[in-house]
Design a protein around this ligand. Structure first.
Ligand code: KIV
Length: 257
């Protein structure tokens, strides 16, 4: 098993697993210092390309971003989201996952669950492709946003789905927007680490979209903590630059050859 993956698994019940997304070399190199996992998420669709959802992002686009991210990572585990429609069958999933691994040198891939594709995970793991699962709110398969685990039926279904993914061989699983008590239960039942997004402190680790914590995305639901408002800082900086150029305060002698 990949040493970095082993390290992530060993953190379960010992120390929290810190994860963020990156789509560029620069961002990857900054977050690499403090993250265990860097995800090239399909959220690149919304954050970088302004698409309304993640459904149309293409494999080649994710590959290009992943190649850039790879250059910025020294320590953390690099995972890539398989885009919607690239893992519809076991054969297609295997082909595309291999392309991702070979072309980007990523460590693992992530697959959103539709309660059926644990078979695909099984096939990939059999072929020595490390997989992270993803349950709860899975934007590739759900039309509407909602919080999961508010009734017994849903609870049973999600526990069952999580166990199937673990049995299929996934080394970790994202729990997205799952109620606190259920996230706690799933995290206790599974031997693999759970990574929460909107799923409480009881998960073994946490993931957020980097541009959300930086105040750059404009998307700040309850589960996001905006640590800084970079949009405001950038806007102020651009205003200062614009004024300087117009008043001929820039460039000065210092900036001139
Ligand atoms: O695409 C993404 O950013 C994700 C999240 C879990 C952060 O899948």
């Amino acid at each position: 098993m990949n040493k970095k993956i082993k390290k992530i698994i060993l953190k379960k019940n010992k120390s929290k697993i810190v994860c963020l997304t990156a789509y560029s070399k620069k961002m990857a190199s900054i977050i690499d210092k403090d993250c265990d996992i860097v995800l090239v998420g399909d959220s690149v669709a919304n954050v970088i390309y302004g698409m309304p959802n993640t459904h149309k992002i293409e494999l080649k686009t994710i590959i290009n971003h992943a190649k850039a991210v790879r250059q910025g990572i020294k320590n953390s585990l690099m995972i890539i989201d398989m885009p919607k429609g690239t893992y519809k069958s076991e054969k297609q999933a295997k082909t595309n996952a291999k392309i991702l691994l070979e072309q980007t040198q990523c460590d693992a891939i992530k697959i959103e669950s539709n309660n059926k594709n644990f078979q695909i995970i099984k096939k990939l793991v059999k072929n020595r492709i490390p997989v992270m699962g993803h349950i709860g709110h899975t934007p590739q398969f759900k039309k509407k946003f909602k919080i999961y685990g508010s009734n017994l039926r849903e609870e049973k279904k999600l526990i069952n789905e999580a166990v199937k993914i673990e049995k299929a061989g996934a080394f970790s699983i994202v729990l997205e927007c799952i109620k606190k008590d259920l996230a706690k239960k799933i995290s206790k039942i599974l031997k693999i680490p759970t990574i929460g997004i909107g799923s409480s402190v009881h998960c073994d680790g946490q993931i957020l979209v980097t541009e959300d914590i930086l105040g750059m995305s404009g998307f700040y639901p309850k589960f996001v903590k905006k640590y800084v408002n970079l949009n405001r800082i950038i806007a102020k900086t651009v205003r200062k630059y614009s004024i300087d150029v117009k008043r001929k305060k820039f460039p000065t002698k210092k900036n001139t050859f």
